[in-house]
Every structure is written in C-alpha cells, then in structure tokens.
Write a protein that binds this ligand. Structure first.
Ligand code: ADQ
Length: 457
C-alpha cells in the first residue's frame, strides 16, 4: 500500500549548481517536514505544481536515496494568474479568513480553478494502484477529492484544509459554495485544525447542500465523510535541539548584545491576515503610554515576502513600511530605534536564534488557521512569553499563552506590559505546560495519525 500526496506546493525545489547540475532542496514549511518522511516510509507519489524548471516532469526523491516519485504539473501563465493568484488567493483565502470585502469572486478564476483541480486529480488517478491511500491538501485543491472519487469509487481519499473554515454565514458569500463542499465531500476523511472549523463546515453542508450531518460526519451522495479536528504539530525535538545548540546560543547572545534591550519578536509571512499593522499600532500605543520603556525594548519584526503579484499584498507592504517609518521617526532617540524590520525569509538557525533571544513573542493574527510560529517559539524559548491572538487556531491548544484580541491595540499594549514584567517563575511554569502539550502531538504523530485513520486502522 503506497501513499499519494496531492498539494499545490512541491516538497523539494530544483536549484542549479555552478557546474550546471541540479540539486533538489527541501521546501521550507510544515507540509514537507510532515509528509516527506511519511512518503519516504510508505513509498508512492507526490503530485504538485512544478513552479521552477517546469520542463522537468518527474523526479525520484530524495535525490541520494530515492523513495518516492514527485510528479510535477506544469501550469501556464494564465493558470497561475487565475487559479493560484486569482481564485485561490483572491477568493478562497480572504473569504476563509473573514475578509469578504477583499474577496473577488470572478468566473474566470473559478473556471481556471476547476480545470487545474481536474489536472491534479487526473495525475492522482494515473498514479493510483489498488490499495493506495490518497491525501489531498488545502484550499487550492478542494475539488480534487470529488474528481478522484468519480474515477475511483473505491479509493480511500483524505483531505486536509489548512486554513480557517469560516462561519457558514461568510462561506455562503461564495457563489460556488455548493461545488466546493461537494468537491471536499469526495473524501472519506476530512481534517481541519479546530472543533470550531469542523462545526462551521458541518453547518455549511446542512445549509448549502441540505446534507444530513451527525457528530463529525456528513452523509452526501450515498457516502459518509468523517470530519475531524486534527491540529498540525511541529517537529518539537528538532526545534528543541537546535535551540539548545551552541551556535544558536551564540547567535542569540549576539542579538541581545547588539540590541541591549528587551526584545519583542514578530515572525510572519507578510499577509493581511497576520495583523502586522495592528501589532505595530499596539507597540506605538505602548510606547506612547509608557515613555519609560523607550530605549529599553525593541520590536524585531521579520516578514517573509509573500504573494507579491496580488495587489493587496503590495499595498500591505507599503502600509507596513510606512508604519515602521512613522513609529521609528516618532520614538527614536539616543541611538535606539523601536522597530527593527527585516523583510526577507531567514534560515532556520537564525529564526531559532530569534525565538531564543525574544523576551516576548507576538503572534497576533486577525485570523489564522493554526499558526506554526506560536508552536515553534514555544519549543525554542527558555524563558520568554507567548502573546497569542484568540483568533489563531493554535489558541485552543495553547491556553497558557497570554491571549489577546488583536483588534484592540490598547488591550494588546496592556498585555504587552504584563508580558514584559511577568515574573521569571511564572514565565517558566507557563512555558513548561505549553511545551508538554506540544509533545502530545508533534508533526510526525499528526501525519502518521491521519494516514492511519484514513487507512481505517
Ligand atoms: P502560514 O500562513 O504560512 O501557513 P504558519 O503556520 O505561521 O503560517 O507557518 C509559517 C511557517 O513559515 C513557519 O514554519 C515559520 O517558521 C516560517 N516562517 C515564517 N516567517 C518566516 C521568516 N521570516 N523566515 C523564515 N521562516 C519563516 C498555513 C496556515 C496556518 C497553518 C499552516 C499549517 O495559514 O494557519 O498553521 O498553514 O497548516
């Protein structure tokens, strides 16, 4: 029995070496870390969009000791525009995060979405051997389970939705709400991060499809799909070990020595769902209210460039840069600037050194499916405080974090003061309890557990 994984992003990307040969390097992100080991173990196929070097249609991975095959779909310029930047990132993404005023529901995007989903499904069907398990990922590919089901009525198909599932009142703004639900319900097992998302999904099935639902299940087209909350984990031990390594300790010390202040940290893709402008406003409010903190605390905000072809992301970048400039202009004094803004992805070691050096980690999305940064910080920190938005899916699992409402800069500013002044013992006690939870279900347990459930074990 093999495993077929279907996702938009590929697990490894080609890099050209100086001598002209190619090296396949693992992509950053939870999905590769979770599913690459599972696929290496089970053997099988990963189907994904071959973004770079689309002429290479398939490759056996990992390069040194191949265990599975990566099938790479070539998307045309128009497909990338309409399927990916269009329907996925301008319609489903904002709608699912409750930003309906940003959602653009265009027929051209929808048609491209249907076509590209069909191509992913056809590739999965071609790779399928009897007994294989198929696991489809995320909002870009919601129609794939149904399209596979039509060709392979007996296949075991799983689906994981990595972003929030919004209230059915919001979901029903989507003109293709029935089609998306029907697409997902082609799967036997449907996973989401929280019980709330599962509840919203079931309610959407009842309202839009008039489907019969029970506790964690939907009956539709003579089949029953199970819908479960299975929040994704991180590689806890890998992060813990890296955080304790001498290189990271040294890098963290360097950071502390350079800044010479307490450190607040933000690490996000530059996305409007992550609440970065609101966080900056909160810090501004904090400095206004507590002038004595000037020169004593620095906010380091690391933002990874993201979806720069979408207009609203370019606007966000301008907005954030403007705010950083305004706040720094207002409060800078005597060689100290309140905000250090880093606009790029950083390597894992540097990232962990930042987690390690931070006194307070600010994870304040306006809405987030789960948020891995919150978990990564928890695994790495020795005595820091996690400030976490109540609108991140991870808030359910991390009750000992200082939970905040990111829509209120004033409240966040109050909590910031509390976090900065929290006694050491309390900080350690909270971290210890949080970390124990991380160990209960790490990334590998998440992936293996889902695959086992799908197999009916
Ligand atoms: P994302 O929206 O990408 O994921 P998140 O869960 O925070 O959000 O994962 C981001 C990853 O990128 C983390 O592993 C983080 O370490 C890394 N990263 C972020 N900024 C970085 C930087 N500047 N440099 C280097 N690395 C950086 C989507 C959903 C989430 C859900 C995940 C997994 O939106 O809600 O948690 O999928 O299901």
């Amino acid at each position: 029995m093999g495993l077929i994984v279907v996702s938009n992003r590929e697990p490894y990307a080609p890099r050209r070496n100086e001598d002209g040969t190619l090296t396949w390097v693992p992509s950053i992100g939870g999905l590769t870390a979770a599913l690459d080991p599972a696929l290496q173990q089970a053997g099988g196929t990963w189907i994904a969009w071959g973004e770079e070097r689309a002429d290479i249609r398939a490759v056996d991975l990992p390069q040194e000791e191949p265990r599975y095959r990566l099938e790479r779909l070539r998307l045309s310029e128009a497909e990338v525009r309409d399927f990916y930047h269009g329907f996925s990132n301008r319609a489903l993404w904002p709608m699912s995060h409750y930003f309906i005023e940003r959602a653009k529901y265009q027929g051209s995007g929808w048609r491209a979405y249907v076509n590209v989903n069909r191509r992913f499904a056809e590739a999965a069907v071609r790779s399928y051997r009897e007994g294989d398990l198929i696991w489809v990922h995320d909002y870009q590919l919601a129609l794939v389970p149904r399209l596979i089901r039509e060709a392979l009525p007996e296949a075991r198909i799983g689906f994981f939705w990595h972003i929030p599932w919004p209230s059915s009142e919001v979901f029903r703004t989507l003109p293709w709400d029935r089609e998306v639900l029907d697409g997902i319900l082609g799967a036997d097992l449907i996973g989401m991060h929280t019980p709330e998302y599962v509840g919203h999904f079931l309610s959407a099935c009842r309202r839009a499809l008039n489907a019969e639902t029970g506790e964690g299940e939907v009956r539709w087209k003579d089949r029953v799909s199970r819908v479960v909350d299975r929040p994704i984990g991180i590689e806890v031990e890998t992060f813990e070990q890296l955080a304790a390594s001498p290189e990271v300790e040294e890098a963290a010390d360097r950071l502390r020595r350079t800044l010479q202040t307490q450190i607040l940290l933000g690490v996000d893709r530059l996305d409007y769902t992550k609440g970065i402008p609101e966080r900056l406003e909160a810090f501004d409010t904090f400095l206004d209210r507590h002038p004595e903190a000037r020169g004593r605390v620095t906010l380091v905000q690391i933002a990874v460039p993201s979806r720069e072809r979408v207009e609203s992301y370019r606007q966000l970048r301008t907005q954030v840069e403007g705010l950083v400039g305004r706040i720094n202009g207002k409060h800078t004094e005597g060689g100290w600037a309140p905000i250090q803004y880093i606009y790029r992805g950083v390597g894992r070691e540097e990232l962990v050194a930042h987690y390690r050096a931070a006194d307070v980690m600010l994870v304040t999305p306006l809405r987030d499916g789960l948020n891995l940064v919150a978990k990564e910080f928890t695994a790495c920190s020795a005595d820091g405080v996690l400030v976490l938005s109540r609108f991140a899916g991870a808030a359910d699992e991390l009750p000992e974090a200082v939970q905040v409402n990111p829509y209120s800069p004033e409240r966040v500013a109050d909590h910031l003061l509390g976090a900065l002044n929290m006694p050491l013992e309390e900080k350690k006690a909270r971290l210890e309890r949080l970390r124990a939870r991380l160990h209960e279900s790490d990334l590998h347990a998440w992936a293996n557990g889902f695959v086992r459930e799908l197999a009916g074990e």
